[in-house]
Write a protein that binds this ligand. Structure first.
Ligand code: MG
Length: 243
């Protein structure tokens, strides 16, 4: 015991001496210097963002099954045209910060999953649910800002139908081994109308309506927006790739 105490005291002395010998600059990191990015006003894209949709057209989008995006365009927004199918970005993405604004119809129709349903699929595979969850009970892991059938949001931050809402999504893509097996799962953080609703949660795989999530190896893929038959609108979509 005595020996142990002596040894402990000795270690403390060494630590104390090392700390004394160190200068403040020994723990300062100067290089590389973080690049300068000019923030956008309100929700406008910052200077290094790629604008995916600014209301002017579908130049960055196509139908998810190929061909032209056939959703409706107007008043700075695009709106799901029932039956036109999902749309996706022409460009593929991995790790990213995504800002996207959405609005469910002011005229409330349907309930549960049938009211203002759409969705944002990261890498065309992992759905952040878009739904009118204002006074509209559904299963918790299927309400707005859920990771569909995986993670309910921490709270319900929905605005009333007809009002614009924001998602700020921070996404870390899954990593796969050469043989296709999973090396590291995907992680996602979601802020809904300024409120943290998904706090770096781990994705268990894809987000199917029926069945359990699983991973299938992939690389960068487009962002896909869902046509669930309800006229949900989107505007001001921008992305920052995190490489
Ligand atoms: Mg959906």
């Amino acid at each position: 015991m005595k020996n142990f105490l002596l040894m402990f005291a000795g270690l403390l002395m060494i630590n104390f001496t090392l700390a004394q010998e160190m200068k403040p600059e020994d723990t300062e990191i100067w290089e590389p210097e973080p690049g300068i990015v000019t923030p956008g006003k309100e929700n406008a894209p910052p200077s290094d963002a790629t604008v995916l949709f600014d209301g002017s057209g579908f130049s960055n989008w196509e139908a998810a099954n190929g061909g032209e995006a056939k959703w409706n365009l107007g008043n700075g927004a695009m709106t799901v045209q029932k039956g036109a199918g999902d749309i996706r970005t022409k460009q593929s993405f991995g790790d990213c910060q995504l800002h996207i604004e959405w609005r469910t119809p002011s005229e409330v129709a349907g309930d549960s999953q049938g009211r203002g349903n759409s969705g944002i699929f990261l890498q065309s595979t992992y759905e952040v649910q878009v739904l009118d969850s204002y006074n509209n009970r559904t299963y918790s892991n299927g309400q707005a800002a859920s990771i569909y059938k995986q993670h309910p949001p921490l709270v319900n931050a929905c605005r009333p139908p007809g009002e614009w809402q924001t998602y700020d999504i921070f996404y870390e893509a899954p990593i796969f081994h050469d043989d296709g097996s999973l090396a590291r799962a995907a992680f996602i953080t979601v802020i809904h109308n300024g409120i943290l609703v998904q706090n770096h949660v781990m994705l268990k795989g894809h987000t199917p309506y029926i069945g359990l999530p699983k991973y299938t190896a992939h690389g960068d893929l487009p962002i896909r927006l869902q046509d669930h038959g309800n006229p949900v609108s989107y505007r001001n979509i921008w992305i920052r790739e995190l490489k």
